[in-house]
Design a protein around this ligand. Structure first.
Ligand SMILES: Cc1cc2nc3c(=O)[nH]c(=O)nc-3n(C[C@H](O)[C@H](O)[C@H](O)COP(=O)(O)OP(=O)(O)OC[C@H]3O[C@@H](n4cnc5c(N)ncnc54)[C@H](O)[C@@H]3O)c2cc1C
Length: 407
């Protein structure tokens, strides 16, 4: 009767389970797929970026979300921070190292050994797993909740005194994180900020000729901006738009814009005056000389031509306004259509609204029903901040339950 149900076998659910088992509290973990940690394994395919070595202020500046309670989130992070996460991984036999951009990876870059060790640790402490069980209903009952699962044996009901929801977000539904929990919680009068694609490419209405010449090519040494934020880096031109680190990081700012547009500085190392100085002695072959003296790639020139053809026409006819062209190079506004579909995104923004949660991440309307991981309304860029957010919030919930049980 005194078991705790944990729903979702991702990093968040597994971490809660581990804390409970260590404290001698019996956990039952339910996972709708036939094995746990599927998204974690996908994350490990390109190198599992477990956390980031940034100092606390820089680290926390990466988290956004509607109504994100900054003070509480800082407490949650401090209680299980990037150092604690690395120590925890070491205890599971996974040493880590710091790579470029302060990203932290396991030495072998993989997710599978960490996942295996974590599952073994939980099972070794008596934790029970129920895979191919999908939670369909939560009904408050005396001293807890009656949970209904669909399973291979049909519909199953169990009573638990406490329940932890760790459903994940809504991207990569093949891993099990399908966002289907949203209507279930909404029917319980829980406010959910809509799940939106985060850390993803954006669509651009490319000119056909431009695309046929430049698809797959990089745009390098950019300073990309949206709203107040600017990120240096590289973007890749794709059939549908743009991909790359800077646009992933700017996703939050872009989604706030009514007509999203990415501001690009192709020559961030130089001021407009310095660019003008480089071309002041040019007298003939202006178009060619500009390309060489400003070191512009074909892709940048064609992009400028697509969106500002009049400037190039004038250059051909009468030398045009070079200052205006230099200014466009430094402040080029590229209209965007929309983010790529949620299912393709690395993570999702949105989730359980913060006003629904108390400081233990328990739902205020439902005592002893907790939520953690990506399903909460926070978002962060890639770089290790996503998994850290999941592990920290899960540790917070696990420890809150532990404290409550020891009273
Ligand atoms: C391609 C890719 C690469 C990534 N790389 C990184 C990276 O390097 N670093 C990083 O920090 N983050 C990375 N991420 C993000 C990271 O994997 C996620 O943020 C993290 O897995 C979320 O953990 P979670 O436990 O909250 O949810 P999930 O890992 O999504 O787990 C939720 C689980 O709940 C189960 N579930 C859902 N509904 C039900 C239900 N009704 N009943 C029972 N079970 C249910 C799902 O099947 C799933 O297993 C990556 C993501 C992707 C897609």
């Amino acid at each position: 009767m005194d078991e705790v149900a944990i729903i979702g076998g991702g990093p968040a659910g597994l971490r809660v389970m581990q804390i409970l088992q260590c404290a001698g509290i019996q956990g039952h973990l339910y996972e709708q797929k036939r094995s746990v940690g599927r998204k974690l394994l996908v994350a490990g395919k390109s190198g599992l970026n477990l956390t980031n070595d940034a100092e606390i202020v820089e680290f926390l500046s990466n988290y956004k979300g509607k109504g994100l309670p900054k003070v509480l989130w800082e407490r949650i992070y401090k209680a299980f921070n990037n150092t604690t996460l690395r120590e925890w991984a070491r205890e599971l036999g996974q040493e880590t190292f710091v790579s470029s951009g302060k990203k932290v990876f396991p030495n072998d870059m993989k997710a599978a050994p960490l996942l295996r060790a974590l599952v073994q640790d939980i099972k070794g402490k008596g934790g029970e797993f129920f895979v191919k069980h999908s939670l369909r209903n939560i009904e408050p009952s005396d001293n807890g909740y009656d949970l209904t699962f669909s399973s291979e044996e049909g519909e199953i009901r169990h009573h638990y005194s406490a329940v932890v929801l760790a459903f994940g977000g809504g991207s990569w539904s093949s891993t099990g994180s399908d966002g289907e929990w949203v209507p279930l919680l909404e029917s319980m009068n829980i406010k959910i900020s809509p799940l939106e694609a985060a850390n993803c490419g954006w669509e651009v209405n490319w000119d056909g000729e431009f695309l046929s010449k430049h698809e797959g090519k990089p745009l390098k040494n950019l300073l990309c901006s949206a709203g107040e934020e600017s990120i240096e880096g590289e973007l890749v031109i794709t059939k549908y738009g743009l991909e790359g680190g800077p646009i992933y990081r700017l996703g939050h700012a872009l989604r706030q814009q009514e007509k999203p547009a990415l501001q690009l500085d192709f020559k961030s190392m130089f001021s407009t005056q310095e660019l003008m100085k480089k071309v002041e002695s040019v007298r003939k072959n202006l178009a060619l000389e500009l390309m060489q003296r400003w070191r512009l790639t074909d892709s940048v020139v064609d992009l400028l031509k697509c969106y500002h053809s009049e400037l190039f026409q004038k250059i051909k006819v009468n030398g045009g306004d070079l200052q205006l062209l230099a200014k466009k190079l430094k402040n080029f506004s590229l209209p965007l259509e929309k983010p790529r579909p949620l299912n393709e995104a690395i993570s999702s923004a949105g989730g359980v609204a913060w006003i629904e949660l108390d400081e233990n991440l328990m739902l205020k309307k439902y005592p002893d029903l907790y939520a953690c991981g990506e399903m909460l309304d926070w978002e962060a860029p890639t770089g290790g901040f996503l998994l850290q957010g999941c592990f920290s919030s899960a540790s917070w919930v696990g420890n809150a339950i532990k404290r409550k049980r020891s009273l």
